[in-house]
Design a protein. Structure first.
Length: 241
């Protein structure tokens, strides 16, 4: 497909969380090989910040189901005539089937593109580390996706998960600076346990990765950056190296 062939915008189910969505849009612009405004993707973004908390629902701490809300947002975006939908939030992919059932078009999964990227980087990996929300870890969306390829997921122990939670909720979501060294230490312990790659499986961690130049640092593989690349390519545009 030549870039812009469809003439249709990409739909973005956003607000989960708001800053991660903003960074996703910024990275799409930065990673598109464009020389002028007209060389960029058209996007329709629904930045729905008041969607119920995904992790709280998955862990049984809330009865407010985000699934129907995400599905309704997908329908709204489809009415704009988008070519396909993306959702720059890993935890929200627990509700992927509800979103897919609500639309007629395509949905590009951050889980699928991240798994593919990890397997390209480490084709013989037996274990992959995952830094994510407790909701993502408990939902097993990455466990199942990697398991289909015979790869096991390693998650942090309780103490290290508390560190990851702090970076996500007390730092990035709270609008405060993230501690990249804390993430490096947690990732190193996952590598010691056999992880060939450590996936940043939360887009708030992706924000920290962009701010602190972790995107190209071993052993990290950033899920949002993989979704950015896949979104640009799926829309038929060239990716900046």
């Amino acid at each position: 497909m030549k870039h812009g062939d469809t003439g249709l915008p990409v739909g973005v189910i956003g607000g989960v969380g708001p800053l991660a969505t903003a960074y996703f849009l910024q990275r799409v612009v930065q990673r598109t090989a464009a020389e002028r405004d007209q060389d960029h993707l058209d996007l329709v973004v629904l930045n729905h910040s008041t969607i119920p908390d995904r992790t709280d629902y998955i862990l049984g701490r809330s009865t407010e189901d985000p699934g129907p809300v995400l599905a309704a947002d997908a329908k709204k975006l489809e009415k704009f005539g988008v070519s396909f939908l993306v959702m720059p939030c890993n935890t929200a992919h627990f509700f992927t089937q509800q979103v897919i059932d609500a639309i007629d078009g395509d949905f590009l999964s951050i889980i699928d593109v991240t798994v593919s990227a990890a397997l390209r980087r480490a084709p013989h990996a037996g274990r992959v580390g995952l830094l994510a929300t407790e909701g993502t870890a408990q939902s097993h969306v990455y466990h199942d996706a990697f398991g289909a390829h015979g790869v096991d997921i390693i998650t942090p122990d309780d103490e290290d998960q508390a560190v990851v939670n702090s970076v996500i909720y007390e730092q990035v979501k709270a609008g405060l600076p993230a501690d990249p060294d804390a993430l490096r230490r947690v990732a190193a312990r996952l590598v010691d346990r056999g992880a060939s790659v450590v996936v940043l499986g939360c887009t708030e961690l992706s924000v920290a990765a962009v701010d602190h130049d972790l995107l190209d640092e071993e052993p990290f593989l950033d899920s949002m950056d993989e979704l950015v690349r896949a979104t640009i390519e799926h829309a038929g545009y060239p990716v900046r190296a």
